[in-house]
Design a binder for this molecule. Structure first.
Ligand SMILES: *[C@@H]1O[C@H](CO)[C@@H](O)[C@H](O)[C@H]1NC(C)=O
Ligand SMILES: *[C@@H]1O[C@H](CO)[C@@H](O)[C@H](O)[C@H]1NC(C)=O
Ligand SMILES: *[C@@H]1O[C@H](CO)[C@@H](O)[C@H](O)[C@H]1NC(C)=O
Length: 268
């Protein structure tokens, strides 16, 4: 969707590349990286047949298509949710609990076992950089790349990590929110965090059309300071939008995405 247009519409990007199986494509988190020659790479978490891979694409401006370059698999990437690219083939990503055995998953959530963790991946090195999270969900970096933000869904918590030159992370602080924090977007201009949230967790996990999941968007300013400012920018009971997961800003506009419902395009 080109938000510079007067009345923008969503456009399906054509995917090309001989080794890519489009029929099992099941995308989850996505992230872009632009290199010094202005080549835009798109990294996509994929769940073909409930497995996890990361698909690397190159964006072709001429015909707005995606050229598939590579499929990445690794034993430290068993159940990825979200991804943030820091190089063409370099990323941080969260492992959640969705794509392990559903029976195990329900017990694991019930027992509160923490095996959700965050991984740094590069062609030379793959390592766990944060662990002990109940359900690591969204991940993003500050505009200067010095901090990494991770939302811990069930703990209602946004974690701030310091990012080092060797790509390790050190926990710095966290911010408790009164809602289930799903995914984090960062305003590239102001550095504010925009968070898609679930005010009522049960409704998102057990869907009832009579009582749909609500939607909520938080804006967090000055997260590094003693007193970050948290504003509820949008909150609604599910009549308009069901189960908001992500909110992204661009030039005074806000796009709110959901798990299985529609997306909302708002003016700020
Ligand atoms: C989370 O939000 C980021 C930034 O808007 C987006 O790139 C990514 O695809 C989202 N991930 C998921 C799993 O929705
Ligand atoms: C990475 O860098 C940090 C900060 O300089 C340092 O404390 C840490 O020991 C380094 N870790 C590794 C594995 O090199
Ligand atoms: C949701 O809010 C709308 C508008 O305020 C109201 O008409 C509706 O009854 C509410 N629905 C539920 C399920 O609470």
């Amino acid at each position: 969707m080109d938000l510079n247009e007067e009345d923008p519409a969503a456009l399906e990007l054509k995917i090309t590349g001989s080794n890519f199986d489009l029929s099992s494509f099941n995308p989850h988190g996505i992230s872009t990286f632009t290199d010094e020659d202005n080549v835009v790479y798109l990294l996509v978490v994929n769940h073909p047949d409930l497995q996890t891979t990361v698909e690397l694409f190159k964006f072709q401006e001429e015909d707005k298509s995606l050229l598939h370059l590579k499929t990445i698999r690794h034993k430290l990437l068993p159940s990825l949710n979200d991804i943030v690219a820091v190089g063409p083939e370099h990323f941080y990503a969260t492992n959640d609990h969705y794509f392990v055995d559903p029976y195990l998953r329900s017990w694991e959530l019930y027992l509160g076992l923490a095996w959700s963790y965050v991984v740094y991946y590069s062609p030379d090195e793959v390592r766990v950089v944060a662990e002990g999270l109940d359900f690591a969900n969204g991940i993003n970096t500050s505009p200067d790349g010095k901090h990494v933000y991770i939302s811990e869904l069930l703990a209602h918590r946004i974690h701030v990590y310091e990012r080092h030159a060797n790509q390790t992370l050190t926990p710095l602080k966290f911010l408790d929110c009164d809602t289930l924090v799903d995914n984090i977007s960062v305003d590239p201009v102001t550095g504010d965090l925009w968070v898609g949230c679930h005010p009522n967790g049960i409704r998102i996990f057990i869907y009832d059309p009579e009582n749909p999941p609500a939607s909520e968007v938080l804006r967090i300013q000055n997260i590094l300071t003693e007193e970050p400012k948290v504003t509820v920018v949008y909150k609604e009971n599910g009549t308009v939008l069901q189960g908001s997961t992500v909110a992204s800003v661009y030039k005074g506009q806000l796009l709110v995405g959901t798990v299985f419902h529609k997306a909302l395009h708002c003016e700020l």
